[in-house]
Design a protein around this ligand. Structure first.
Ligand code: CP
Length: 333
């Protein structure tokens, strides 16, 4: 049994195989009903449009049945910590929840965002880890505190589709946003980009560094795949010659638990840290990517997201195809 928790658990060749499979689903040459007669649980602690809809549609198209659960809403509130006295507001422990679901379902997808309260704790992905610990069925990460591998795989597929094979200059740029956001998307995008052997440039203001251990893994993966990694704080340098511009905002780990301090700190970046036509003009006719949802004229101007260089809708569509590839690979008949 294998989980899909982070692309880092998969080799370059395995990621290439998943992208090839996703492309076959997209072009219609693979119509397998790999989930015929089987059910997949989708557990959402947080809101979603793309992940939820694309998983439900993908499972249906593979002949399976999606069981969607929202702890605290359509199912009981969940405790994930071991050894706690459950005399608070949590009704059920993950230990029972997951093992029961695994008796019904061939795999369990779970979305559990970072709360942005305690960096040292959240960087360990405690809820996702509890699911993986207790499950006897594969766990699919639908975005955790630290990773969003389905998004990253769709992103790599989109770059391949739009720009073809080979090494590209890929910019991941921080963007201003009115409140701090989790780091899962930038973490997974940076990691997968490195695994694919692209030249990765990460641009952010000082103080917004990604996790140290993750950056070491990104460096190792890039070296192994023949690419390289640069971190810059200068926007002009960042955009120059980029084939891909990937925008995402994230909260600084130093301000986890102190959102007011973070808001005061980031205010200075509002004017400059936006993807606009002026910056895109410095690229190598680069494509614009974002995982969505996106705040227009905050993260990116209307002029960029509505331009021919924007691939955000194709990128969202590709979630469907890569997830069908992942489901078929993990649990397909
Ligand atoms: N990109 C993404 O995961 O979108 P949702 O939050 O709408 O699922």
């Amino acid at each position: 049994m294998r989980n899909f928790l982070t692309t880092g658990d998969f080799s370059h060749e395995e990621l290439e195989a998943l992208i090839a499979s996703a492309l076959r689903f997209k072009n219609g040459s693979d119509g397998t009903k790999s989930l015929a007669g089987r059910s997949i649980a989708l557990v959402f602690f947080n809101p979603s449009l793309r992940t939820r809809a694309s998983m439900q549609v993908g499972i249906y198209e593979l002949g399976g049945n999606a069981v969607v659960l929202e702890p605290g809403g359509t199912s009981w509130t969940l405790e994930h910590r071991d050894g706690v006295v459950m005399d608070g507001d949590k009704t059920e422990h993950v230990a029972e929840f997951v093992r029961v679901l695994a008796r019904y379902c061939a795999a369990i997808g779970v979305r559990t965002f970072a709360a942005l309260r305690n960096w040292e704790e959240e960087r360990t992905d405690p809820v996702l880890s509890a699911f993986a610990k207790y499950s006897t069925a594969p766990i699919i990460n639908l975005e955790s505190a630290m990773h969003h591998p389905c998004q990253a795989l769709a992103d790599m597929m989109t770059i391949r589709e739009k720009l073809g094979p080979g090494r590209k200059r890929v910019l991941l740029t921080w963007a201003w946003h009115p409140k701090p956001l989790p780091m899962a998307v930038p973490n997974s995008f940076a990691l997968a980009t490195a695994q694919m052997g692209h030249d990765l440039v990460i641009a952010h203001p000082r103080g917004y560094e990604l996790d140290d251990e993750l950056m070491k893994e990104i460096g190792r993966q890039a070296a192994g795949a023949g690419g390289n990694v640069a971190v810059v704080n200068d926007l002009d340098e960042a955009f120059a010659g980029a084939d891909v511009v990937y925008a995402k905002s994230w909260g600084a780990k130093q301000f986890y638990g102190a959102p007011e301090k973070e808001m005061a700190e980031r205010a200075q970046y509002r004017e400059n840290w936006i993807v606009d036509e002026h910056k895109m003009a410095r690229t190598n006719s680069g494509i614009f990517m974002h995982c969505l949802p996106v705040r227009r004229n905050v993260i990116v101007t209307d002029g960029v997201i509505d331009s021919q260089r924007s691939v955000v809708i194709d990128e969202a569509e590709n979630r469907l195809h890569v997830q069908k590839a992942v489901l078929t690979s993990l649990v397909g008949n």
